[in-house]
Design a binder for this molecule. Sequence first.
Ligand code: ZN
Ligand code: ZN
Length: 173
Amino acid sequence: MRFNVAQLLLGPTGGVREYDLDDDISGLDPLIVPHSTLMGHVRFTHVGANVLVEGTAYADLELICVRCAEPFVERVSIDLVEEFEPSIDVLTGRVLPTTHEDPALVIDKHNMLDLSEVVRQNLLLAIEDHPHCREDCAGICPHCGRNLNTETCTCSDEPVDPRWAPLADLQAS
Ligand SMILES: [Zn+2]
Ligand SMILES: [Zn+2]
């Protein structure tokens, strides 16, 4: 996800480049388990000294359900709106002071703009919006640990009858 923006920065402000994304994102982050490439479209606009990146992207990711702990695959989408700042003057090669606190938003000295860190950060945030394998996931029985989506159990939701509690203590010991 690296793009040479030298020509864009040499051109007039307002200049635009557009790219389709189809990138392998395995290895991007241990928490991101892709079942597809990252697909999408980005638009780079030369704004002042910087490059404004706008776009959308999506990938099918393997996620873990917070209720039943089973893996599932779901399409996760992200929107990108970030302004990248050059680290050198593209004409003279002079090193520029950068004002960004986030090194992920700095274009390197070879005029390469790397989207992978902002994609990584946005995917990790987007994953949090997909906590369940399905809306009505029944989860795991707290008593016997069975996955109640695929199995049934006879554990009752009722609390243990206090009259039997001594027996349960006996069995537990
Ligand atoms: Zn689930
Ligand atoms: Zn149970």
